[in-house]
Design a protein around this ligand. Structure first.
Ligand code: PLP
Length: 355
């Protein structure tokens, strides 16, 4: 606290990212990074940039990257907005599209950055409870006639549970009056993308990240796909904030990652396979695992507490994520899908802990 702080800073409750400890032999399954490195073509593209001139500003419009994204997603360049990580894309979205008179609806158990952006931008948020199976009930959103906008991840985080596209379309059809933002950070690991609905619904914005399925958490690149009017709103905010959010490395590396479809397919299938294997192993040990379409699973043991198991794993140099709040999810651990070897080490450690 300081007398020099502005009132808005006094009122902030910042997001707390998962820890990034530097310990030897650590098995890091806590922040949903991809266990595989990025495409070798990304590294090639980065090396070419070193030879290029860093004394010049990067392209403020990220045209080549947006072209690569448009190509990969089957949309036009004008329907693509890019940002410094999807967190920045989301931040601009809150300011540009989600600040209305009616409250912004999001699930009570979801990505914990949403309430943080509400605090930063003065958006009134309203939590909508998941049902007893931890699922999003789309009717709750349809029926909230006073709502100004909606945001949720699909698959949801930290549950990993996907929502069928037909449910999202039902919302878009019923509520053309409000913007609907679908945060598809994990969609490539088994859910159906809403991008194909973009041409039909001018109120739909779909947000993606290159941090998870493209293995580029360290590069910081994310994007949004939507109707050109929504993209224009994001550009207006971006150009009032930072004209050059993506540096030359991020633009070149991200474009190379989007273009390497074969590598993308190979690594995401590997993650999906390992997930199915891990789920079977956890089930065999008495865990209940929520049905995941993401690169993590949300699991609770019938006998042991989530905090307790997380601490015991940590003592064996394996870190997973535990959320104390809300109380309903305290029994769970969120476990990122690692390599087969890492997941086997996790299962071995749990076997020991539970013995
Ligand atoms: C990881 C994540 C993001 C942010 O990704 P970055 O592009 O790394 O900022 C956004 N939304 C959800 C739900 C996430 O889990």
């Amino acid at each position: 606290m300081s007398q020099y702080w502005s009132a808005v800073v006094h009122g902030l409750t910042p997001y707390v990212p998962g820890e990034q400890p530097r310990l030897p032999n650590l098995i890091k399954l806590n922040t949903n990074e991809n266990p595989y490195g990025p495409s070798p073509k990304v590294l090639e593209a980065l090396r070419e940039q070193v030879a290029d001139s860093l004394k010049l500003y990067p392209d403020p419009t990220s045209a080549a990257l947006r072209q690569a994204i448009a190509q990969a997603c089957g949309v036009t360049v004008a329907q693509v907005f890019v940002g410094n990580g999807s967190d920045e894309v989301l931040a601009h979205t809150f300011q540009a599209l989600l600040n209305h008179e009616g409250p912004l609806l999001y699930p009570d158990i979801t990505y914990s950055f949403y309430p943080v952006y509400c605090g930063l931008y003065g958006v009134t948020g309203r939590e909508v409870p998941l049902d007893e199976q931890f699922r999003i009930r789309i009717d709750d959103y349809i029926q909230a006639t006073d709502a100004g906008a909606v945001i949720f991840p699909n698959p949801n985080a930290p549950t990993g549970i996907p929502l069928p596209l037909s449910e999202i379309e039902r919302l878009l059809k019923a509520r053309p009056d409000m913007p609907v933002v679908v945060d598809e950070a994990y969609v490539d690991f088994g859910a159906e993308s809403a991008i194909k609905l973009v041409p039909h619904y001018p109120n739909l914005l779909v947000v993606h990240t290159l941090s998870k399925s493209r293995s580029l958490a360290g590069l910081r690149a994310g994007y949004a796909i939507g109707n050109v009017a929504l993209i224009e709103a994001l550009n207006r905010v971006k150009d009032s904030f930072n004209s050059y959010p993506l540096d030359r490395f991020a633009q070149a590396g991200a474009a190379a990652a989007m273009a390497d479809t074969a590598y993308f397919e190979h690594t995401r299938q590997a993650v999906i396979r390992t997930r199915e294997h891990l789920v079977a192993g956890l089930n065999a040990m008495g865990f209940e695992v929520l049905p995941s379409a993401a690169n993590f699973v949300f699991a609770r043991h019938t006998q042991r507490d989530g905090a307790d198991l997380t601490a015991a794993l940590r003592a064996r140099s394996i870190i997973v994520r535990h959320f104390k709040n809300p109380a309903r999810i305290a029994p769970f651990m969120r476990i990122t899908i690692g390599t087969d070897e890492q997941c086997q080490a996790l299962l071995d450690a749990l076997k020991e802990i539970l013995a």
